[in-house]
Every structure is written in C-alpha cells, then in structure tokens.
Design a binder for this molecule. Structure first.
Ligand code: 5GP
Length: 180
C-alpha cells in the first residue's frame, strides 16, 4: 500500500495494537484506583496517545503539550523549545508523558525537568519507540513499546517534514527521500 518513499514496514499495525493493549494493561495495574493525567506530546504521539488512552481502565484525564527539537530534516538541532504548554496545572497529579520516540533523549530530559518543577505527585514516561543507540544524554523511558535500530521511521503519528503521519504502520523511510 506504500510507495517508494517507504523502505519497509518495521512494526505492523497489528503488532502495534497488541503492544498498546499490553501497555494499557500494565499502566492500569500500576495505577489501580489512582487518577492518571496522560500528557500527549504533539504532534508525533497523537495516534499512539489516542489508542493508549482507550487501552487504560480507570480515571484518566488528558492534556497536550508541544515542544520541538527538529526542523524539516531528520537530524536534531539540539535545541528544544516550548511551542504549546499544558492547559491545566499538574501539581499533585500522577502524570504520564506519552511520547512517540526517544532518540537522543534531549527532548524528554528537557520536558521531564520542566514538568517536575511543577511538583506532580509522580511523573513517568511512556514511549512507543526507543532508539537507545542514539542517546546523547542518559535517559530511560518507564514504559517502552519497542526498541528499534538507528533508522528513521515514519507513520503511526511520526512524520517526515510533516508528511506520512497517517500511515497506519511504523515504517522505515527510504534514504533517497532525505538524501534527495
Ligand atoms: P530526541 O530529543 O530524543 O532526540 O528526539 C525526540 C523527537 O525527535 C521525537 O519526539 C520525534 O519527533 C523526533 N524523532 C526522533 N527520531 C525520529 C524518527 O526516527 N522518525 C521521526 N519521524 N521522528 C523522530
């Protein structure tokens, strides 16, 4: 169903659905009888977020935040800036930040520090994908869907230059796309 912009499907929509159900179950058990505030990091996590929240039973509130570290290419600029803040305070709340992918770790280290300063009751990081080999700063997710190799992926919310977010599978981008 994909064109030559896609090298291969890395994680199929079926495999994603199975893993998201497991992660939702794990989170539901870990927070039994406690309220959770799920924070979606825009825009990449939006598809994962929508699926994950429906896999969690219990009291869930949602909020959205946007920080950016990437321009219109596949390399990080190393700079993080806040683009959109949360709508509600998180003081005293059990917060789970939902991210699409941890790559260098720069974005989430910045975000975690920023949110911890607001004194939540607890703060955990949930990511669909993790590329541990690319870390520039030490950082670990608390809930990780899949560890992947150092390849640029698109689909299931992840983009290349704002395109391909709507692809249902996590796919490896063909190098020709960004090498021109
Ligand atoms: P970090 O700060 O950990 O290097 O970068 C995290 C952000 O970089 C992710 O939220 C995502 O937006 C972007 N990113 C990192 N690796 C990839 C990738 O393979 N594909 C896409 N589409 N975005 C990526």
């Amino acid at each position: 169903m994909y064109g030559k912009e896609i090298k291969k499907i890395l994680v199929s929509k079926e495999a994603i659905a199975k893993r998201v159900a497991e992660m939702g179950e794990q989170i539901s058990n870990d927070y039994a009888n406690q309220k959770i505030t799920l924070v979606c990091t825009l825009r990449g996590a939006c598809v994962f977020f929508a699926d994950l929240m429906r896999a969690i039973h219990g009291d869930v509130e949602i909020d959205f935040i946007a920080v950016s570290s990437y321009g219109a290419d596949t390399k990080t600029s190393g700079e993080v800036k806040m683009v959109k803040d949360l709508s509600e305070p998180i003081k005293g709340k059990n917060v789970i930040v939902v991210e699409d992918i941890i790559d260098t770790g720069v974005t989430l280290s910045y975000l975690k520090k920023l949110l911890l300063a607001r004194e939540p009751k607890s703060l955990k990081i949930c990511t669909l994908l993790d590329k541990p080999s690319r870390r520039k700063v030490t950082f670990e997710g608390d809930y990780v869907g899949f560890e992947i190799e150092n390849e640029y992926v698109v689909g299931y919310g992840l983009d290349f230059d704002q395109q391909m977010r709507h692809y249902p599978d996590v796919c490896v981008l063909s190098p020709e796309v960004y090498e021109g």
